[in-house]
Design a protein around this ligand. Structure first.
Ligand code: ZN
Length: 152
C-alpha cells in the first residue's frame, strides 16, 4: 500500500472509531436490520429511513465491534445520507472491490472519497468481513429483507 493511503486509512479509521457519526437508534426508521460478524464479535443494528422516492433520508447504527467495523459503518452512514437506493447499491459494489484490492483507489478518489481509506483492509483478509458487514446489512435492509445478516 502506498503511504498516502496507509495514512488515510489510519486517520479515518481512528477518527470514525473514536467519534462515530450517526451512532444512535432511530425511532422513525422504515428499515431496521441486525448484522453480525461472529468471527470478530461485531454486532450492529442498522436503521434507515427511506422515503417514497427511494431516497435514504436518514441512516444510523448502534451496537459494538472492532474499530474497522465501526469506522466502516460510520463512514457509510455519512456517505449514504441523502442518497438514492440506486446510488447506495453502486457504492456497495464499489466498496466490495475496494476492500478486496480489485480497484486502484487513486483512480476513484474523487468519486468515493473516504471509502478509499478502506483499500488498506485488502492487506488483512480477515478484516474484510468487518469492513463489509455494515454494507451487507444496508443492502439487505433496503431490499426488504428481515433476515438477520451474518458473515458466517
Ligand atoms: Zn471486526
Amino acid at each position: 500500500m502506498e503511504n498516502e493511503f496507509r495514512e488515510l486509512y489510519q486517520d479515518i479509521i481512528m477518527d470514525h472509531n473514536r467519534s462515530p457519526r450517526n451512532f444512535h437508534k432511530m425511532k422513525e426508521a422504515t428499515h431496521v436490520l441486525d448484522g453480525q460478524n461472529p468471527l470478530c464479535g461485531d454486532h450492529y443494528t442498522l436503521y434507515l429511513k427511506v422515503n417514497d422516492d427511494q431516497i435514504i433520508e436518514d441512516i444510523s447504527f448502534y451496537g459494538s465491534g472492532c474499530a474497522i467495523s465501526k469506522a466502516s459503518a460510520s463512514v457509510m452512514s455519512a456517505m449514504l445520507k441523502g442518497q438514492s437506493i440506486e446510488k447506495a447499491d453502486q457504492f456497495f459494489k464499489l466498496f466490495q472491490k475496494i476492500v478486496k484490492g480489485e480497484v486502484d483507489p487513486a483512480e476513484y478518489l474523487d468519486k468515493i472519497g473516504k471509502l478509499a481509506a478502506f483499500s488498506g483492509v485488502s492487506e488483512f483478509p480477515i478484516r474484510v468481513k468487518c469492513a463489509t458487514l455494515p454494507w451487507h446489512t444496508m443492502h439487505k435492509a433496503v431490499h426488504g429483507s428481515n433476515e438477520k445478516v451474518s458473515t458466517e
